[in-house]
Design a protein around this ligand. Structure first.
Ligand code: ATP
Length: 575
């Protein structure tokens, strides 16, 4: 069974939607061929439902059920046509906007935003008024009204997908923009676009029916469901509701089918929905087939060779190579702007928009980061601890909600179990009273607690690598020592490798096994932390850095509780 069909199994909404749509499509294919003659035949007017006319007859004496069935084809064709216009032109516009120069892109995005804010049906009425009444003009009107939504979604998705390394690599290799859009962008945006197409189909059906209902859609003698509804209105007002049942029922069933399909596709694409079934079952093997695998250098978890980051023509990281062994803590030091964060962000697949990346090798474990890596797998392999614990949490949500999200999203763990695991993770980072902390809001926690909570989140997916980018800079020195001890403990308990970025040579020497010194986007020296002294350092820049660091020979005194000793970790309580 393919991964995709496996994901759709156990998705009853999607199956029901497909079955319903299948039935409607069958009616559209068959009814006009066999029933048109009978549907157009005239009998007695306003007949009540009977065995001869299951839903009665209309004002002209037509069988209402037969006409509803025959109208299915025209209605579906019009809906599909308008949806196709919105989808195709919207994607084309969205992709073109992404291909533009940044300033033109901004202007176009603002225009599209304004169009999205404008009510679609109103826009359709304006277009229909210009084109005149009729089936094809309302199809164009509704299709055009839907374009901005797809353009906006496509441009948003393109901005996100285009940050992936494989796209940056293709750009660096000089692949043309349109080719990148077709080969790399569109296939990676297919799923959300498909989901939106399904829901657009439902809203298009309603909008088209509404326009036919008010008389500016399909004109006599043709008829769609909207027109049949319009013809049934006088009967409804005269106390004969049966005439409405056929077209109204078919509109509802078809719209429902499209919504179920859209929801089902979204559930299949998002492991948090659909009770995480997709995430729990078989995702790992599915990912194995989808992801690129790599064999890192012998003995290394992280293997980076010839990593370049460019901003336009300007190199910011200049072909650096380094490795991190399993269970190793590697410090990255260097003056401000030397490329430490960009190196870390390249590894995490989070390089800012507008920067281009290239490397001859970039692997964490068997994950080849130069190829598309499913976000969930990435999150399981690499975790990030940022500098400022204050801005990492959403102030409007309880801490517990945010902490368990990573488990629910990436591991498909259900709510209760995720909570229990997170409480354990908080205990593991020595957070006091974790149950209560989970119910609190971020502002109720101290900076140190928030940073501990973040480390707990980083650990929750049991990553193989934690990238900590100046994780203690925002904290006072006592809390700093506790957090560093926590990282060290995590490292020795779980064997997690850590890439530790810092300005503080003293801290780096106390915490790390090995140190990479960066200068102007280059690695100028790799040195054992124990050798990080003015005497042992080889490179003049490293020596200058060490000479500029006060108390470098006594880092223990500058950090209470350091160096950390595995045998006797000090317990610290928080309140
Ligand atoms: N999005 C960006 N666009 C253009 N240039 C950038 C971008 N981000 C960073 N840079 C530049 O790249 C260089 C390296 O930045 P980086 O953030 O990696 O430095 P850093 O060593 O982490 O510095 P710090 O210690 O101050 O955090 C700097 O000159 C910076 O100005």
């Amino acid at each position: 069974m393919s991964p995709r069909s496996r994901r759709h199994r156990g998705n009853p909404g999607l199956v029901l939607g497909l079955v319903l749509l299948g039935i409607v499509v069958l009616i559209a294919a068959v009814a006009p061929v066999f029933l048109t003659g009978e549907a157009d035949a005239l009998g007695s007017r306003f007949a009540q439902p009977s065995s001869g006319h299951l839903l009665g007859t209309d004002a002209a004496g037509h069988d209402v059920l037969l006409r509803s069935l025959v109208a299915t084809r025209l209605t579906l064709l019009m809906t599909a046509g308008a949806t196709a216009i919105a989808v195709a032109l919207g994607i084309l516009l969205g992709t073109s906007v992404w291909l533009m120069a940044p300033r033109a892109r901004e202007v176009c995005l603002r225009i599209i935003d304004a169009m999205v804010a404008f009510p679609g049906l109103l826009l359709a009425l304006v277009v229909a008024a210009v084109l005149g009444a009729g089936g094809s003009s309302v199809v164009i009107a509704i299709g055009v009204a839907g374009i901005p939504y797809f353009a906006r979604l496509t441009a948003n998705l393109a901005a996100k997908v285009s940050q992936q390394e494989y796209i940056q690599a293709a750009r660096l290799l000089g692949v043309s923009h349109p080719r990148i859009a077709i080969r790399h962008l569109l296939p990676n945006m297919a799923e959300p676009l498909l989901v939106l197409s399904a829901s657009t189909f439902a809203s298009t059906l309603t909008a088209l029916s509404a326009l036919s209902f008010v008389g500016i859609g399909v004109q006599s003698p043709s008829y769609d469901w909207g027109r049949l509804l319009s013809e049934a209105l006088p009967s409804l007002l005269a106390g004969r509701p049966f005439q409405m049942v056929g077209p109204a029922g078919l509109v509802i069933v078809t719209g429902l089918a499209a919504i179920l399909i859209g929801d089902g596709l979204a559930a299949a694409a998002n492991p948090r929905r659909g009770r995480g079934t997709a995430a729990r079952r078989g995702r790992r093997s599915a990912d194995g087939a989808e992801r690129g695998t790599a064999t890192p250098r012998e003995g290394y978890l992280v293997d980076v060779q010839d990593l370049w980051v460019h901003s336009g023509d300007k190199p910011l990281v200049k072909g650096i190579s380094f490795g991190i062994k399993p269970g190793e803590i590697v410090g990255v030091v260097g003056e401000s702007g030397s490329g430490k964060t960009l190196t870390a962000m390249s590894l995490a697949g989070l390089l800012p928009d507008g920067l281009a990346l290239g490397s001859s090798r970039m692997a964490v474990g068997d994950l080849d980061l130069r190829r598309p890596v499913p976000p969930r797998l990435m999150a399981e392999t690499v975790s990030l601890v940022y500098q400022d614990p204050g801005s990492t949490f959403n102030p409007a949500l309880r801490v517990g909600t945010q902490l368990t999200e990573v488990l629910r999203t990436h591991k498909g763990v259900a709510g209760g179990a995720a909570k229990r695991r997170m409480v354990e993770a908080l205990q593991a980072v020595h957070m006091t009273d974790p149950e209560r902390r989970m119910k609190q809001y971020p502002h109720e926690l101290s900076g140190g607690m928030r940073q501990r909570a973040m480390i707990a989140t980083a650990l929750a997916t049991e990553p193989r690598l934690i990238i900590a980018d100046e994780p203690t800079t925002a904290l006072d020195v006592t809390v700093q020592a506790e957090i560093l001890r926590e990282l060290r403990r995590v490292n020795s308990r779980f064997g997690t490798s850590i890439m530790f970025i810092s300005h503080d040579i003293g801290v780096v020497r106390a915490l790390c096994h090995r140190v990479i010194v960066m200068y102007h986007g280059d690695v100028v020296e790799e040195i054992d932390a124990a050798d990080l002294t003015v005497e042992s350092a080889r490179h003049p820049y490293t020596r200058a850095l060490l000479e500029a660091t006060p108390d470098i020979d006594s880092p223990v005194e500058t950090l209470p509780g350091m160096p950390w000793t595995p045998e006797a970790p000090k317990e610290h309580s928080h309140g």
